[in-house]
Ligand binder design. Structure first.
Ligand code: ADP
Length: 479
């Protein structure tokens, strides 16, 4: 039962309310009891005082002491009170047992010091039989005779009154708690109903319908904000799931093409029993080309998949960036020479750097490979390494045909190719040719806390800039 937040809330609410009501009731009861006992004591004091004054006055006027005492009792005794007057030896002089016919008890004389007044409660077993008693010693002047005046009043009225108040308070607390419990239960139910709705909606959701969202009853309260936060999370999950699906679809599409080329080549070659050596050689060459292409695509996909999964660690080491650029240019020169493209290298300055050399090599080679692929014969590719502010910039520009403005925002997307048929036929050993080269290069730059941008691109050529922070990139555990 206590597993339900609603129940717990209700019980908490009732518990706190009960505590407040009990404290309040105890306070009120204590004050009231004090007041009732005080009033009773005051009544007794007044009666004793009245009797004293009256008796002394009357006996002073010369009447008999007995008569004076009896008159004083009759005049000043309250309706529920009993009173008696004793002489110094403890013998009863006068008594008025009041309406109840109860005797005022005589206390032990020695327990009344001097002229003082003493108040006490009798100690009958039954509480409602007890009485409050005032005992007062009086000395008459000028005779010097001493008297003891005793007035008593039963406590049953006060005790009964207090019992009624206790009952009323108890019932009031009980009633308030029951009402508060019912109210609290409904209130908790009402305020938790958005959570129940969210829960039901979340239960209906799966990877197939992640585009659905949790209902938001009030966007400004805590539950609304919670639902909004979850919705944002679902949005991100949905997006990355869609990305994964697109990746899978694109990947299978890219893998299918070389496979079908290979199958066609082998099928056509095997159609006839006998083929010349050169025909076999041509077929094998085609198969080899496609197999390389497949290997390249799979390697790139693997790199990206590991990057996505955050499992590609950055193997940072110290090296010279200028040497790396120089090495890459040398490697690309061979490819360029096949198309008669000249690769020029700007002036290099010694640039010590800390980063993942292997990844950065791949970045530069990808840019160079693209530049060579997309530059017509006899064109030119220019590479430079610059230091600007707190960044090293590797700039690769070419005199190619450029990238159409509408395609420019997409070139860093995975599997995106501007002209699919062209780049595939011109796929080289270096480039993926599947539209993955730039996304990998961009990831490498970002993994080094840098950027890869297309600075300009038009019919006269394109300029790609990879910026890497000059300070040591922080080595991350995993990327
Ligand atoms: P791929 O490996 O297939 O070349 P990339 O991700 O490297 O894929 O590039 C994406 C697209 O960007 C390419 O299809 C190409 O059309 C375009 N592109 C990249 N670099 C250049 C460049 N230097 N000149 C013209 N187009 C380019």
């Amino acid at each position: 039962m206590f597993d339900s937040v609603r129940t717990r809330l209700t019980f908490w609410y009732m518990g706190v309310l009960a505590l407040v009501l009990i404290l309040f009731s105890v306070g009120v009861y204590a004050l009231l009891a004090r007041k009732l006992y005080r009033d009773l004591d005051d009544n007794l004091k007044n009666a004793a005082e009245g009797i004293t004054v009256s008796m002394l006055r009357k006996s002073g006027e010369g009447g008999s002491a007995l008569r004076a005492a009896s008159d004083a009792l009759d005049e000043h005794i309250g309706p529920l009170q009993a009173a008696a007057i004793f002489d110094a030896n403890g013998s009863l002089i006068a008594e008025n047992t009041g309406l109840n016919g109860i005797h005022a008890p005589l206390p032990a004389l020695e327990s009344i010091p001097g002229d003082e007044v003493r108040l006490y409660t009798t100690s009958e077993n039954n509480e409602s039989d007890r009485r409050r008693v005032i005992v007062k010693r009086v000395t008459a002047s000028p005779t010097g005779k001493a008297y003891v005046i005793v007035v008593s009043q039963p406590l049953d009225q006060v005790i009964g009154g207090l019992a009624t108040i206790r009952l009323i308070l108890f019932l009031a607390i009980l009633g308030a708690l029951v009402l508060a419990g019912i109210g609290g239960w409904f209130l908790a139910r009402r305020s938790l109903s958005p959570v129940v709705e969210m829960m039901e909606q979340a239960r209906r959701m799966s990877a197939e319908n992640l585009e659905q969202r949790l209902p938001i009853s009030n966007p400004h309260d805590e539950l609304g904000r919670l639902a909004a936060t979850f919705n944002e999370l679902f949005g991100r999950l949905d997006q990355s799931l869609a990305q994964q699906r697109r990746f899978m679809a694109d990947a299978s599409h890219e893998l299918r093409t070389p496979l079908s080329v290979m199958r066609t080549a082998t099928a056509v070659t095997l159609e006839q029993e006998q083929r010349s050596d050169s025909e076999y050689r041509d077929a094998l060459k085609l198969v080899d080309e496609q197999a390389r292409r497949l290997t390249r695509i799979v390697a790139d996909m693997f790199t990206l998949a590991r990057a996505d999964a955050g499992r590609r660690a950055l193997h940072a080491n110290d090296f010279f960036l200028d040497e790396l650029v120089w090495e890459c240019v040398r490697a690309a020169e061979f490819l360029g020479s096949r198309k008669g493209i000249q690769i020029k290298l700007g002036k290099l300055r010694e640039t010590p750097y800390r980063g993942d050399e292997g990844l950065l090599r791949q970045l530069i080679l990808n840019l160079l490979d693209n530049a060579i692929k997309h530059t017509p014969r006899e064109g030119e590719v220019y590479v430079s390494l610059e230091r600007q502010d707190s960044e090293h910039r590797i700039i690769v520009s070419d005199t190619g045909m450029g990238i159409a403005p509408e395609a420019q925002p997409h070139i860093f997307e995975r599997f995106y190719r501007v002209d699919k048929s062209r780049s595939r036929t011109e796929a080289s050993d270096l480039g993926a040719g599947a539209g993955l080269g730039l996304s990998i290069a961009k990831w490498i730059a970002e993994t080094h806390h840098g950027r890869l941008e297309l600075r300009t691109s038009d019919e006269t050529g394109s300029v790609f800039v990879a910026s890497l922070p000059a300070s040591e990139p922080r080595e991350k555990a995993a990327f």
